[in-house]
Design a protein around this ligand. Sequence first.
Ligand SMILES: C[S@@+](CC[C@H](N)C(=O)[O-])C[C@H]1O[C@@H](n2cnc3c(N)ncnc32)[C@H](O)[C@@H]1O
Length: 407
Amino acid sequence: MLHAPEASCTRTAARASSPAPLPFSLPPVLLMAQTYFATTQPGLENALLAELRQLKIKKPQVLTGGVEFQATYATLYEANLTLRSATRVWLRLDEFRARDTSELYRKCRRFDWERLLGPDLTLTIQAHSQQSRMVHTGTISEVTAQAIREHFTDDLKRPAPDFGDQEAAQRIMVRIEGDRCQLSLDASGPRLQQRGWRTESGPAPLRENIAAGLLLLCDWTPDQPLLDPMCGSATILIEAALLATKTAPNLARNFAFERWQNFEPPKLRGLRANLKSTQKPDAAPSLLGFDRDPHVLEAAAANARRAGVNAHLHLTPAPLSELQAPDTPPGLILTNPPYGERLASGDALPTLLERWQNELPRWSVAFIWPRERAAEVQKLATDRLQRVATIFNGGISVDLWRGAPLR
Ligand SMILES: C[S@@+](CC[C@H](N)C(=O)[O-])C[C@H]1O[C@@H](n2cnc3c(N)ncnc32)[C@H](O)[C@@H]1O
């Protein structure tokens, strides 16, 4: 089995969902099922799986770092618009045996790239190799690029796309494991967590898709008050507000698939309009944010305004040591404390647990903390917290800890 893009591949589950009902008016190209791979940070796969199930996709299979699934192009558009915990969606193009560079060249050249890629595109190739005689990823990229170029110029007698590594380039993934090669094409473009609203942040912001993934892994629902006592630029609260108002996270951005030859603009327009019409701007979730740094709360408020959810957030400058039960029913405390990577951790963890136990014992608590420092959590609250997941966050592994209300 080949590795998945952006992850090593360990197939851990295979369950089929019921087929999605297909609108009869779709053009034929949008009705054909293809295989895709949605990526996320390792540790968030189950959050992503739950989201894909909501889209009624077929045959989701959890791999390390993502979920492979089958869907029509129409569902691909919807997945890019709506997935909160994903970083990208890749289209699986082809899979074949390639024992050396000449076999790789031949099989890459025979693929009908023109079905998707036009000469106006700039392509960039990412190569990965494991347990193969082809060890140099630079050579794999060059051979693939040459095969694609010559497929256009020599076989089709047409201008070929350019190659370059600029941000806007269309990404092709060549993943070689042993004698197998898998080709994938990035359907998303810039990573899906780049929603467009976070232009200001504190020193250690959480990625938007990780914030959304934490909410999903904690089974947070908008009827529960949510409190982040160290909210920084309010990523968790803004993602919660988008969930509560049923706002598709990527409604306002563009995607790489919009430059493919088979792109159907009316379908994407229709999906965007439909998702807009089903938003619930009048939802009234209780979303409470605190931080000791008033400047970071200004950035949080500006981000919330850009995301269109500022009316839903209540932000108050206050240190953790003064946290008291708010005037709401109990809900979930979910936070990303400083843990010494980019921000000194100080006494954030003991103070958080002390406040939970003494001031908010009817609330659930959840937070992330470095895996290598798990002993600190166990020492403070061994029997009251459970490790829910281990997530790869910004270069380190962090555990998501969760505690049920104490009474
Ligand atoms: C890792 S950052 C949170 C980042 C946030 N999740 C985001 O996406 O922007 C930790 C935050 O905790 C705040 N903080 C640290 N110690 C605190 C304390 N004792 N009381 C209140 N806030 C504190 C810092 O000001 C910082 O904004």
